[in-house]
Design a protein around this ligand. Structure first.
Ligand code: DGJ
Length: 731
């Protein structure tokens, strides 16, 4: 049983295959956090707590004259604002009379089989063999106005624990939630490093490692989307942890809106980590009987370094978060029209591209932005989801039929959440855009954001999308979102509910995506937000792949995809081969290397195949065959990071290994070609020590390849790449 309750000591022990998490209800009814880390014998870890008379750290009234007991110093499971705990806290409420302080005490708990789900929110789900259980611990506030139900999903065989929180108003008066974290963990002892993933448009999820210092280090987003700037995923590790060694904890938020994640090192050198909805644009009103569910967070622990931690998330997200026909089904190799022709196309031009693409072996043709409304550039047309037949020169069905006749599938781009002022939709419904009264809205890419918290707005857009999807054979939809949200005010909500707009927007987005996936179960959805501005675990519940970045430069992509790999599987990262010189950087990279990098993702092309040479066409045909050959190994294999491209290695490497260790694909890109230098020696990972492997007909023991390494051929040109296939030798 993955959840053990020791009644004598009031201790909850949660166990996964390799981790253990523990809480204890103490004699005052306070839920303490006592342990998180390597799995061991279930034992009351509260012996590790220091009780001391701390100056300026007060004592709750109900502990009497015990000056050794302070909520300001104790490791707590769900600390609340106004309880005498001056650290960053997980929950802040305001009662109807304006008061804010409260304390929480244990009431009851429930353990049940299976994994809980959350109304209207993404959540990991169990499947045969997951061995999932749910624990719900209920706490109540001192005034007995509300309950806090703490949810734990213990997914034993996935090695992962999920968390959510439900606040239930039991009283007669409204209650205001001002801040709510989905996860909070107190680490009493030890020094830690915080690993986060920062970025900007065209440079998402850049890896950063810093020591946790005294005070609060926070990342987050108030952009209405999880953002390019900070990803809602972070690691906390021991100071010594590496890719292969040390204690590592992962915290991933299944949410696509504003978030706040923080590490707080307190005066007693304890570290508290928290993650939840960002409080800046959040104030939620609960009436009697109302429940608020906080988005889910997924925590994982590895005692064997960061790579093993990533592999926990890769497996869980691929198999127990992503859904739909394409969760594990082979995804088609696509050609996206965007960088090839941008807005400048008609059906003839597209068909020329499609014919050439089909000859290359491409399986899906995607028509990106520009096929609808009055859209010849990004200043107009957004919101008018009807086909611009004048521009195309035919209907969508005709185009789709012709593409299917070439043996390819057909896909299309939408940006359902936004609108140009120069559009029929906006002229008819100017009040459908988010706008703050008395203030002109902030424009971004000449567009405004539709109020997706409103059902009527969503229904209209959903109807239009369905009309298009039903009008032709369409197997793929790219759901884009090209700006940050500002002007958060919904014309439909009363003043006291305005603080709910940003969260209701995300709930509305999820509602629409849920309806879309239910109505079109075989549609392949690709998420996108100006590249990877909404690359998060919440979106992956609806879209099994997300366009990783608008930066298609293969060398830039090494860092972006490296950062992405910490929290997300290869099968989710949209990656394409584009023209050179690269559109974003002007850099020249060999076509082989562009493909090698895109193969560490969903793999596709983003160019005009009419503009490539005969030689390159042959190279592309070979690449496509090769990707198909390695598809299972790449998408289902274990992924290993071998170097950090931001550490300026001369050769950057990564590796895919079949789960049983019998086959591997080693991928290398030369970043710095040096004449007269020693050859690069790359140590492989994940092989079987005592087995023999073949590389180009030469035999090597697994132990030699992993501990001695493999000599990479000398690169002769800048950014040359090598793909080295390793197979177990069987007599
Ligand atoms: C941003 C996306 O990331 C691009 O791939 C492309 O779809 C454009 N939007 C179209 O406007």
């Amino acid at each position: 049983m993955a959840i053990i309750f020791d009644q004598v000591n009031s201790v909850f022990t949660l166990q996964t295959s390799h981790s253990m998490y523990q809480m204890k209800v103490d004699e005052h009814g306070v839920l303490l956090h006592t342990y998180y880390g390597r799995k061991g014998i279930p034992f009351d870890y509260s012996y590790l707590i220091t009780y001391a008379d701390h100056g300026f750290s007060g004592n709750p009234y109900d502990v009497g004259d015990n000056r050794l007991y302070s909520l300001d110093a104790l490791p707590q499971e769900y600390p609340v604002y106004g309880s005498g705990d001056y650290r960053s806290t997980a929950l802040k409420v305001q009662y109807a009379d304006g008061a804010g302080g409260c304390e929480l005490r244990y009431v009851r708990h429930e353990i049940r089989e299976g994994k809980y789900s959350l109304p209207g929110l993404p959540a990991l789900y169990d499947s045969p063999g997951t061995a999932a259980h749910t624990l719900v611990i209920t706490l109540e506030d001192s005034r007995k106005v509300f309950y806090v139900h703490l949810y734990y999903g213990v997914m034993e065989n996935l090695d992962l624990i999920t968390r959510s929180v439900c606040v239930e108003n039991r009283g007669g008066d409204p209650l205001y939630l001002e801040q709510i974290s989905s996860v909070c963990v107190d680490f009493q002892h030890g020094d830690y490093d915080l690993h986060t993933f920062w970025g900007r448009h065209l440079k998402e999820r850049t890896y950063q490692r810093t020591p946790v210092t005294y005070g609060t280090q926070a990342i987050g987003s108030t952009r209405g989307a999880s953002s390019h700037q900070h990803n809602p995923f972070f690691l906390l590790t021991s100071r010594q942890a590496s890719e292969d060694t040390g204690d590592c904890y992962g915290f991933s938020f299944l949410y696509s809106g504003d978030f706040l994640a923080a590490a707080h090192k307190d005066q007693y050198s304890q570290t508290r980590v928290l993650m939840g909805i960002h409080p800046d644009n959040f104030r939620y009103c609960l009436y009697k009987g109302d429940c608020f569910y906080a988005p889910e967070a997924a925590m994982a622990y590895s005692g064997q370094g960061m790579n093993a931690l990533s592999q926990i998330y890769h497996k869980a997200y691929r198999h127990n978060l992503c859904r739909g026909a394409y969760k594990t089904a082979r995804r088609p190799i696509l050609l996206n029209s965007w960088e090839g022709v941008y807005f400048d196309f008609n059906a003839e031009k597209l068909m020329n591209m499609a014919r050439k693409a089909a000859q290359l072996g491409i399986e899906l043709f995607v028509l990106d932005d520009g096929w609808f409304g009055k859209r010849s550039q990004d200043i107009s047309g957004l919101g008018d989801w009807y086909v611009n037949e004048n521009k195309l020169g035919c209907g969508l069905k005709e185009l789709s039929d012709e593409i299917h006749a070439l043996g390819m599938q057909f896909g299309i781009w939408f940006e359902p959440e936004c609108v140009n002022e120069d559009s029929d939709l906006y002229r008819e419904h100017p009040d459908w855009a988010l706008k703050v009264p008395g203030k002109a809205p902030t424009r971004s890419r000449y567009q405004l954001v539709l109020d997706f918290s409103r059902e009527d707005v969503r229904e209209h857009i959903f109807g239009k999308i369905c009309q298009v999807l039903d009008s032709a054979q369409i197997e793929y939809l790219k759901w884009d979102f090209n700006r940050s949200i500002s002007d958060i005010y919904s014309a439909k909500l009363p003043p006291k509910r305005q603080g709910e707009t940003a969260h209701r927007y995300i709930l509305g987005l999820y509602d629409m995506l849920e309806k879309l996936t239910a109505r079109y179960p075989n549609l392949l959805l690709e998420g996108c937000s100006g590249g990877g501005g909404r690359f998060d675990a919440g979106m992956l519940y609806y879209t099994p792949q997300i366009w990783c970045s608008d930066d298609t430069d293969a060398i830039e992509r090494l860092s972006i995809q490296y950062g992405t790999s910490f929290g997300y599987p290869i099968s989710t990262a949209g990656a394409h081969v584009s023209h050179c010189p690269n559109e974003q950087t002007g850099r020249m990279v060999p076509l082989e290397t562009r493909a090698a990098v895109a193969m560490a993702g969903t793999f596709g092309y983003e160019l005009d195949p009419g503009k490539i040479t005969k030689t390159d066409r042959l190279v592309i045909q070979k690449q496509i065959k090769e990707f198909q050959k390695y598809y299972d190994l790449i998408q289902d294999g274990l992924y290993y990071r071998l170097t950090n491209p931001d550490d300026y290695p001369s050769y950057h490497g990564w590796e895919f290994v079949k789960e049983d260790g019998s086959e591997a694909l080693l991928c290398i890109v030369a970043l710095h070609v040096q004449p007269n230098a020693s050859r690069c020696c790359m140590k492989l990972k994940g092989l079987k020590e005592d087995k023999i492997y073949l590389i180009d007909g030469v035999k090597y023991p697994g132990s030699a390849l992993m501990h001695g390494g493999y000599l990479i051929p000398h690169a002769k040109v800048e950014y040359e790449s090598f793909r080295i296939h390793v197979t177990e030798w069987v007599e």
